[in-house]
Design a protein around this ligand. Structure first.
Ligand code: GTP
Ligand code: MG
Length: 264
């Protein structure tokens, strides 16, 4: 990290927690840190609850359909610096009490599926559970971002039980295929590479790769359907692509500019 970036980072965190070096603020600093710690513990618990729900669904499917609709589940709690920076970017006071009110993605769960239709199956079954509330849904598979990014994004709320009672906690669930994940992680790495030369055709190249990958996803899905027969032997209520048929890969041309997400 460059020295000026480090200074900036420290400034933002000081806004958030206060300055521990100043004696008159010591109590306030400690209070903020404890409040923050407590909230992060709650987001970690939220991730555990969501992950368990997904693992149970995957397990059930593997018994009855002899196939896993989920390949891997990843998760993360947003880091303090990214939280502070996101509040600041939204023009909000950088305070612990603002986090719950205004940020949806402090708890993040990423579900990687083998096939295109698995995404909708998993989303449908998760949202059908009666203790889950859907806050927003963004289908970047039907409507890919101009740069080619594809995934299904759900903001959900689930009840989590603590010693003082039940709390509805928010989380972002990103569901994508292995192929979409491959593209997204490489695109992320390329985008954050500091010393890239000014490559004019980089967005177009990335978009083309995204479209190739979408074609492959579609073909692999059709291949599986052909080999397997159209209806899998699935648990009750588990209809293939219950939510939607796999969409034809969306294409964008020419490449548009995309406002890139900040502070993961
Ligand atoms: P942000 O979290 O601030 O981006 O809020 P938003 O409401 O714009 O969320 P959106 O649903 O568009 O994206 C949320 C998350 O999806 C990001 O934090 C990334 O993890 C992922 N994402 C979105 N767009 C891209 C993209 O173009 N490339 C990659 N690699 N990931 C993306
Ligand atoms: Mg985000």
């Amino acid at each position: 990290m460059l020295p000026e970036q480090d200074t900036r980072r420290k400034e933002i965190l000081r806004d958030f927690f206060g300055d521990p070096a100043r004696l008159d603020q010591e109590g306030e600093w400690l209070e903020n840190v404890l409040q923050f710690e407590n909230l992060m513990m709650k987001y970690r618990a939220t991730i555990r609850e969501l992950t368990t729900k997904l693992e149970v669904l995957n397990d059930e499917f593997s018994v009855s359909a002899k196939r896993n609709p989920i390949e891997t589940i990843q998760s993360r709690v947003k880091r303090p610096y990214s939280i502070a920076q996101k509040l600041r970017n939204k023009g909000l006071p950088v305070r612990v009490d603002m986090i719950r009110l205004h940020l949806n993605d402090v708890a993040g769960v990423r579900v990687i599926c083998p096939f295109l239709d698995d995404i909708y199956t998993v989303a449908g079954l998760l949202l059908a559970q009666d203790d889950i509330r859907l806050v927003t849904r963004k289908d970047y598979i039907r409507h890919p971002k101009p740069n080619g990014y594809r995934s299904l994004h759900l903001i959900v709320e689930i009840p989590v039980f603590f010693s003082q009672g039940k709390e509805w906690m928010r989380a972002e669930v990103q569901i994508r295929t292995v192929a979409m994940d491959f593209w997204a992680s490489l695109e992320h790495q390329i985008r954050y590479k500091q010393d890239l030369p000014d490559e004019q055709d980089l967005p177009a190249e990335l978009l083309e790769c995204a479209n190739c990958i979408a074609d492959v996803d579609q073909r692999m899905y059709l291949l599986r359907r052909r080999l397997q027969g159209s209806v899998p032997d699935a648990p009750d209520g588990w209809t293939e692509a219950a939510d939607a048929p796999p969409p034809a890969p969306g294409r964008w041309s020419p490449p548009g500019k995309h406002a890139l997400p900040n502070g993961e």
